[in-house]
Structures are given as structure tokens and as C-alpha cells.
Design a protein around this ligand. Structure first.
Ligand code: G3P
Ligand code: MG
Length: 243
């Protein structure tokens, strides 16, 4: 089972920053997960929330910020003053560093109210082509099935994962229609029967966001392929492999 650093390594560095990506490399992880959205002037940036408030010294909705204003925000001091130099990264810079560090990236496309899923997907797709990003180094995921439909057409070679909280009854039908490679679910609600059914149907199973190794000790035996965690260091300390 692969340990995937959630939002970089969210317990050791400000989430979704280049510092977090470097931390993942230091720990020997092979995968990280990040969240992406569009600025007002349609740059793809790495940030989770609809607003910049929680993870920077700015205020208000991300989509009101053009890149030139966003790049000035301090995206590290809220976590620790030692990270005051961190900025909200552009996806293209994040992927360039990931390539340098040999880390693969699960790009989660975040769509909030009034966001345009198609525009976000087209921008992400364009930058992947423009910068020649290795498609084997990527995995797309989204709670928004529209994003997965767009990416199915725009970047068919990059594997896709459908994100859900609870696994719905029609999971297999949804995965088939979206031609997904993986189902991403909340680890809290996963049962052994569900895990075995997903695996028996030939899909990868990825679970978020589990920060206590004891709570998921059976997951490798259930066939879970990847675990998103803010605290990969706790798993490594407990003798798990990074995968
Ligand atoms: O992609 C797994 C996980 O990140 C989904 O939830 O809210 O942390 O983006 P969230
Ligand atoms: Mg996420």
C-alpha cells in the first residue's frame, strides 16, 4: 500500500506548498496529493479552500485574486513563522519540482459554487501538454464527476479517480461510465466487503485521510492500494513502507 502525502505533508509543512513537497521527498514518499483551482486570470494554482483566509495572510475568495496579487501572499506563517517565504504555488511550478524530486502527483480538481469545471480542466490539460508533464507521474481525482468527464476527453491517458465520502450503491456504474481507474473514499466509512468488491471489479482503491496507523491496520490485507495521510512520518515510524 502506497502512503500518499496529503496536501504535501500537511502535518510537517504548510499544506499545498513547495515546502510540503520537499518534505515528502525527505521522507522518501513516491506520491503526494494536492488540490487545484483557478485564479481570476485563470492560472492554475495549488490551494484547497474556496477562500485564501485559512492558509495565507490574505482575505476573501481565491477567484477574486489575479496571480499578481496572489503571489504576494504569505502562505507559510499561519503554519509556522519558519515558512514565511512560502507562496501559493502555480501548478506548473509544483509539477516541475515534483519531477525534479521524482515524486508523482495526485491532482485533485476542486470545484466550488460558481466555478467552471470545464475551464479548470482545459487549463490543467493545456499546461500538462505545454510543459510536457509525464502522464505516468499523474493521477487526477475530483468529487465533481463533470471534471472527470472533461478529463476523460482532454487527457485520456492520465488515470482518473472518482472521489466520494461514502461509497454509493452505483459505484461500479459510475466508475465504468467515467472510465476511472480508481475509487477514492473516506477511510472512515470503508468496510472490508466494499473493499473486496472494488478490488474484485478490477479497480484501484484509495482512501483519505487517515492519520492514525492503528485505525487502518487491516487496509493492506483488504487490498487498499493507496492511503492519503497528513502524517506519513507516523506510519514510517511504526514500520510501514512508503510503498
Ligand atoms: O483527495 C483526497 C482528499 O484530499 C479529499 O478531501 O477535502 O482533503 O481535498 P480534501
Ligand atoms: Mg484534496
Amino acid at each position: 500500500m502506497i502512503l500518499c502525502g496529503h496536501r504535501g505533508v500537511a502535518s510537517l509543512a504548510p499544506e499545498n506548498t513547495l515546502a510540503g513537497l520537499r518534505k515528502a521527498a525527505e521522507l522518501g514518499l513516491s506520491w503526494v496529493e494536492i488540490d487545484v483551482q483557478l485564479t481570476k486570470d485563470e492560472k492554475v494554482v495549488v490551494i484547497h479552500d474556496e477562500k485564501v483566509n485559512r492558509c495565507s495572510d490574505g482575505k476573501g475568495k481565491l477567484r477574486k485574486y489575479a496571480w499578481d496579487e496572489l503571489r504576494k501572499l504569505d502562505a507559510g506563517s499561519w503554519f509556522d513563522p519558519a515558512f514565511a517565504q512560502e507562496r501559493i504555488p502555480k501548478l506548473k511550478d509544483y509539477l516541475a519540482l515534483a519531477r525534479e524530486l521524482g515524486i508523482r502527483v495526485n491532482v485533485e480538481l476542486k470545484v466550488y459554487d460558481k466555478d467552471d469545471a470545464g475551464r479548470l480542466c482545459r487549463k490543467v490539460s493545456k499546461l500538462i501538454d505545454k510543459h510536457g508533464v509525464d502522464k505516468d507521474s499523474l493521477l487526477f481525482s475530483s468529487f465533481d464527476p463533470d471534471c472527470l468527464r472533461y478529463l476523460q476527453v482532454l487527457q485520456p491517458e492520465v488515470p482518473r479517480g472518482l472521489l466520494v465520502e461514502h461509497i454509493p450503491d452505483d459505484w461500479q456504474q459510475q466508475l465504468e461510465q467515467l472510465e476511472c481507474a480508481a475509487l477514492h473514499c473516506n477511510y472512515r466509512y470503508l468496510s472490508r466487503e466494499q473493499a473486496e468488491a472494488v478490488k474484485a471489479a478490477g479497480y484501484r482503491l484509495h482512501c483519505y485521510t487517515a492519520n492514525t496507523p492503528d485505525k487502518v491496520k487491516d487496509f493492506p490485507a483488504w487490498g487498499v492500494d493507496m492511503l492519503f495521510t497528513d502524517k506519513p512520518q507516523d506510519y514510517l515510524d511504526a514500520g510501514w513502507s512508503a510503498g
